[in-house]
Design a protein around this ligand. Structure first.
Ligand SMILES: *[C@@H]1O[C@H](CO)[C@@H](O)[C@H](O)[C@H]1NC(C)=O
Ligand SMILES: *[C@@H]1O[C@H](CO)[C@@H](O)[C@H](O)[C@H]1NC(C)=O
Ligand SMILES: *[C@@H]1O[C@H](CO)[C@@H](O)[C@H](O)[C@H]1NC(C)=O
Ligand SMILES: *[C@@H]1O[C@H](CO)[C@@H](O)[C@H](O)[C@H]1NC(C)=O
Ligand SMILES: *[C@@H]1O[C@H](CO)[C@@H](O)[C@H](O)[C@H]1NC(C)=O
Ligand SMILES: *[C@@H]1O[C@H](CO)[C@@H](O)[C@H](O)[C@H]1NC(C)=O
Ligand SMILES: [Fe+2]
Length: 468
């Protein structure tokens, strides 16, 4: 039968598409061989514009926000004063309101080898109104600084909300481009899901903690205006017995608190929040997760507690991916997979975001939970109850891109590309969410990869292809 003009056109578009993305279609999905003009990126020097200390005596610096309760009516405001403690009070008021309110926090300091931190202030503001813009001020006298944030709408099943997704950011010239692309993306993320590895201060001799400070000043231009939901990565461990530093996560936990108690967690390294229509569970890759451990017991209760009628979107954040087909860090997530994957499937997690591998990859919906030591059933199979796994450790840090991939591309891998970028998760309603990935070399609105996610609880449709 003759091809109709429509079929011919479809064919031409298809060929053109493959040509444009220059992809090798293997037995798995797409390995994009997008050609970037690219030089290995170094950390921005200490005197860079983005690291500038704000003017004025003892001016608050490194201002950042995270969610301060379980529902999104609270924020934790954190900042550092370098010369003296100053004040730990935040003055805040709702837009269009004359009533200035105050919340009182506290400060702490820490030592790391021969580094002494500034005065690190944390102040939790609670019982804010949902869906409201607030202004806030930190500092005293002539050196107060003013910022603003917007609280999310009340938790509920059909509340649209847009998250940015960033991982492994670091503080190179590329990190700066990633952050700029996130700021300028017209999709307008309202909260950042950060999948771990913040400053990479540990790349320096004695983990030079001044690089934690420069990172704090660098990220402020976004983190002071919208909350970042933190996940601990391996570069947060800062375990260095050779210089007497034996308390893991010391700088990270001193600087980036989270409201873990609100989810009845006993550790800031694993916790959950609700935000709009999403339930977000943060897992710690670098804490014990085996049976009977505190994290295991908490997660076991936590997954069972999620009410999908209230929060249809169940999202997991962790640092190391459990499905990644890059050579770097290959199978590092395996111990976690053995424990967690059965829960992801049983509780129909919608999407798992991870970092660690400095590249981008998106999986099909697959699981590998049938193996019982003796039955030999150990391979990923198509599973519409399984999450989509997205690796997005491509923020642009000092360790460079992970370009070496395992070949052939496994069937479970739908799309992979080694470029720096960020993601946007745009939740539309209880059944539909749209995820897009944006590479740093493109214009701000360009999507280098995207997918419609059909909710696993409310959706019945499969949203991606079945494995052959
Ligand atoms: C890479 O470095 C070379 C030499 O310094 C320079 O000419 C080129 O513009 C750089 N390319 C990019 C993408 O920055
Ligand atoms: C810490 O020790 C290193 C190496 O001895 C030295 O270069 C650095 O200046 C010291 N820093 C401080 C704050 O003393
Ligand atoms: C970082 O990006 C911002 C915004 O694009 C720009 O103003 C600034 O000069 C950049 N800084 C460096 C060191 O690249
Ligand atoms: C935490 O535990 C308390 C006491 O069992 C319970 O009332 C509360 O609902 C729990 N909070 C969350 C967010 O699960
Ligand atoms: C890529 O990884 C393979 C498998 O580990 C290794 O044999 C090869 O040398 C690596 N190639 C590069 C360029 O690093
Ligand atoms: C949910 O959002 C999708 C995508 O925007 C739309 O097609 C669908 O009709 C919406 N469903 C409802 C019930 O509004
Ligand atoms: Fe990492």
């Amino acid at each position: 039968m003759e091809l109709t003009w429509k079929r011919k056109l479809e064919w031409l578009v298809m060929v053109g598409f493959l040509y444009i993305i220059n992809a090798n279609v293997s037995e798995g999905g797409i390995t994009s061989s997008f050609l970037r003009s690219y030089n290995y990126s170094r950390d921005m020097p200490l005197d860079s514009d983005v690291f500038r200390v704000p003017p004025g005596y003892n001016a608050p610096q490194q201002v950042h926000l995270t969610q301060g309760d379980h529902l999104g009516k609270g924020v934790i405001v954190s900042w550092i004063t370098q010369d003296e403690p100053g004040s730990s009070t935040v003055v805040y008021w709702a837009q269009h309101s004359q009533l200035k309110l105050q919340a009182h926090g506290f400060f702490l300091t820490y030592n790391y080898y021969n580094y002494t931190s500034g005065y690190i202030h944390h102040c939790t503001i609670e019982n804010l109104k949902f869906d409201t813009k607030y202004f806030y001020e930190v500092g005293i006298g002539l050196t107060t600084r003013r910022f603003w944030f917007k609280t999310p709408p009340p938790v509920g099943p059909d509340v649209p909300y847009t998250f940015g997704v960033i991982g492994d950011l670091g503080q190179t010239y590329d990190s700066n481009i990633t952050l700029t692309h996130y700021e300028k993306n017209p999709a307008k993320g309202e909260t950042v899901l950060f999948v771990g590895d913040l400053s990479y201060a540990d790349a320096y001799t004695f983990h030079d903690n001044r690089r934690w400070d420069t990172w704090g000043r660098f990220a402020e231009r976004v983190a002071a205006y919208q909350p970042w939901i933190w996940t601990a990565g391996n570069h947060e461990i800062d375990f260095a017995p050779e210089i007497g530093e034996t308390r893991p996560f010391k700088p990270y936990t001193a600087r980036y608190p989270v409201s873990f108690q609100a989810s009845n967690s006993t550790s800031p390294l694993w916790y959950s929040i609700k935000r709009a229509s999403a339930y977000i569970i943060v897992v710690s890759t670098y804490s014990a997760v085996g049976k009977y451990t505190p994290q295991y017991k908490w997660l076991e209760n936590e997954f069972a507690k999620v009410n999908r009628k209230e929060t249809p979107w169940l999202i997991v954040l962790m640092h190391s991916p459990i499905y990644s087909s890059y050579v770097t860090h290959y199978m590092e997530g395996e111990t976690m997979r053995v424990i967690l994957e059965k829960w992801f499937v049983e509780y129909k997690v919608d999407v798992v975001f991870a970092g660690h591998v400095h590249a981008y990859e998106r999986s099909e919906r697959i699981s590998n939970i049938a193996y019982d030591i003796v039955n030999g059933l150990c391979k990923p199979i198509n599973d519409q109850s399984a999450p989509v796994y997205i690796t997005i450790g491509d923020g642009g840090n000092i360790e460079d891109l992970a370009t070496n991939m395992t070949e052939p591309q496994p069937k479970y891998s739908a799309f992979r590309e080694a470029s720096f970028g960020h993601g946007i998760l745009d939740i539309k309603n209880r059944s539909h969410a749209y995820f897009s990935w944006h590479r740093n070399q493109d214009g701000y609105a360009v999507e280098a990869d995207s997918i419609w996610l059909h909710n696993r609880y409310y959706g019945t449709r499969s949203d991606i292809k079945q494995l052959a």
